[in-house]
Structure formats: C-alpha cells, structure tokens
Design a protein around this ligand. Structure first.
Ligand code: SF4
Length: 361
C-alpha cells in the first residue's frame, strides 16, 4: 500500500486528479467508490460528471512526430485533451495552446476532432499516402470515457480496415474491448497491435495518479481477452516514477506476461514545462512525507532538473538511478518472456497499399 491513508482520504478522489487531497475534517463531499464490475467502468464516469465535450474542425488528422522514445512515426489523435486526467500527462502542456488550462480543464473540457473520420479517409485515398503505420493515441487516449459516446476511434478503425491501414493503438482504457469485432478482422490481416499502458497494479496509487483510466484489474483482463482473440497485445509500462511505482517493475511484468502480453516497452517519467509544476503541487498534497525524496529522484533520473525534458537523460546514459531502473526492466522482461518477436504491423506484409475495391478479391 503506497498511500498514507492517515493523510489521504480515498473517498475524496472523485475521478479527477486535482482535488483537495487532505481531509480538513469539514468536508461532506463524499463520492461513490469506483465501479469495477465490467470492462466498461468508464461508462460510470461519463454519466456522472460535468465533462464538457467541445467539437473542433482541424485541417488534418495525421501528425508526423519525431519522438525520441518512439522514433519517427505518424500519429493520429481523435481528441485534443483527455478525460483520464493523469497527473503526469505530458499532453497537458499542449492544452494551453488551445486557450485552455493545463491543469483541471485538461480533463474537464474535452476537445474532439469532429471531422476526424472524413480527414482520415481523404488521406488514405490520396496517391501520396504510402500506408505507413499510424500510432493511434500518440498524444491523448483514443479510448477515454468520451469515446463511449462519440465513437470516433471506432469509426477511424473501420476506415483503417477498409484501406488495410496498419495501426498501433495505445490506451489505458478497457473500452478498447468494445471494438473487438473490428480488431479481430484487422488482426487476421496483421494490421493491428494494441498496446495497453499500465503504470501500477496498486489500485490506490492508480486512482491517485490516473483517476479515470481503467482499473489495473480490468487492464489485465483486456490483455487476456484481446490475446485470446488473436489480437497482438503489447504493454507500455509508463511512466516509471522513481520512488513511486519503480518497485513494481517485476510484479507488473509477471502479471502482464501471465495475462498474455508478448512484448513490453517502458518509459521513465517525463515532466515538461508546466507539467512539472502540476506534478510537484500534486505530490506535495498526496504524499507529503515522501514528496521531496520522490521529486529529488525524478530530477536525478532526468539529469538534474525536474522539468528538463531530455530524452538522453530519460534513457540514462548518465544517471545511475535511471540505469538501475532500465536494468531492472531488462531483467524482468527476460525473466517473464516479454521480448517475444513481434509480428510486423506494416503494409510491407501486404505488398502495396490496397484500395477498398481490391479487398473484394
Ligand atoms: S491517458 Fe494518456 S493522454 Fe490521457 S491523461 Fe493519461 S497520460 Fe494523458
């Protein structure tokens, strides 16, 4: 148990990451516990809160990104913001460029791309598109609670299936299982990998860190269900936060391997710009007695500064602490066979990009 329950009252976490976390003894603001009874625990949140859904009309849906952790890839994000509300989220800082706040509003005001499906179909039909792999959710979660109602990701997958477009879906939500019918058809063609992002197996810590993602139990259930349906599943152990979840590396690797995952990647916490301030504020409220030590360790792993977004330091060419964490992940992956060769989700397997008409033969 990582939370000090004498200080942090779990009943005060109402599915948002920026809440008063120290009981003042006067509050009668108690909320229902999280429902963990099905894959679709997100449904509980969307109907019980005042989340605002705001349509946007972008000019393009694909971004070419050169992320040091992912390499050069195409990324597609149906949503600008994310209701999951993870305290450490690096997408928060982008929200301020949309004229909103990186803190609380990031998970209360959900901007979604209303013309995403039309934009994708237009792109995939164009002669210039070579069918390279697309990461769905390079920035925000495509299966966050709003997706239950809006179904943008589902419709994007239908287009991808129609055009034999390979994708890797990264999510922290069990809602991905809703689309298992499409994912199975894509899997038969080697077009899809689902990457389940897991931070911790400790439910108290998960609720505090990422209040609206699916429960750890449900995430493991997703890995098992998708694997049983022949869908390639990998895991992203992210972010590893020194002093907070770094002692769970072996436990998580064992659990996801038993659930059927064949591959695991990981990243260390990456605090950039304002997200460092938000995280610092949160950890002092949530873990007051060990906040300083954790912040010190994060800074050490990032090369000396809390918001020094330097990928080489995250991979730890220099920090002894980072090297130790990476070494632990390597050992755990070997022990639990999470290095299995992955099937390629690229159009090379299919030859050239196919048109919907060719699919008929
Ligand atoms: S699920 Fe991902 S995008 Fe959403 S808040 Fe969490 S880290 Fe950010």
């Amino acid at each position: 148990m990582l939370l000090d329950k004498n200080i942090v009252k779990l009943s005060n976490f109402n599915g948002r990451s920026f809440q008063p976390s120290i009981d003042n003894g006067l509050s009668n603001h108690h909320l229902k516990d999280f429902w963990d009874g099905s894959y679709f625990d997100e449904e509980f949140f969307i109907t019980s809160d005042n989340t605002k859904l705001v349509p946007t009309h972008p000019k393009s849906i694909l971004n070419r990104i050169n992320d040091p952790d992912m390499g050069p890839v195409w990324s597609m994000n149906p949503y600008h913001s994310c209701e999951n509300g993870c305290v450490y989220c690096y997408a928060r800082i982008a929200h301020k460029y949309l004229g909103d706040y990186a803190g609380h509003n990031f998970d209360k005001s959900i901007l979604y791309k209303s013309n995403a499906v039309e934009l994708l179909e237009h792109k995939l039909k164009s002669n210039s598109w070579k069918g390279e792999k697309i990461i769905i959710s390079g920035n925000t979660d495509c299966y966050q609670p709003a997706e239950h109602k809006l179904k943008i990701t589902r419709r994007l997958l239908e287009v991808c299936l129609k055009y034999n477009q390979p994708v890797v879906i990264v999510t922290k939500n069990a809602l991905v299982c809703r689309d298992i019918d499409i994912l199975k058809k894509m899997a038969v063609k080697g077009l899809v990998e689902v990457c389940m992002s897991i931070t911790t197996l400790d439910e108290d810590l998960r609720r505090a860190l990422e209040p609206r993602t699916s429960s750890s139990k449900n995430k493991l259930k997703v890995i098992r269900t998708l694997s049983e349906h022949g869908i390639l599943v990998s895991v992203l152990l992210a972010p590893i936060i020194p002093g907070l979840n770094s002692d769970e590396i072996f436990k998580i690797c064992e659990a996801v391997s038993n659930a059927g995952a064949s591959f695991l990647n990981h990243t260390l916490l990456r605090l950039n710009g304002t997200s460092a301030l938000l995280f610092e504020n949160w950890i002092h409220k949530t873990f007051p007695f060990k906040a300083s030590r954790i912040l010190h360790q994060i800074a050490e792993a990032q090369g000396g500064s809390l918001n020094k977004d330097d990928s080489s330091n995250r991979r730890n060419k220099s920090s002894a602490l980072g090297q130790t964490i990476h070494q632990q992940v390597r050992l755990a992956k070997n022990k639990y066979q999470l290095n299995k060769p992955r099937r390629n989700v690229t159009p090379l397997k299919l030859g050239i990009k196919q048109t919907p008409q060719l699919n008929l033969f």
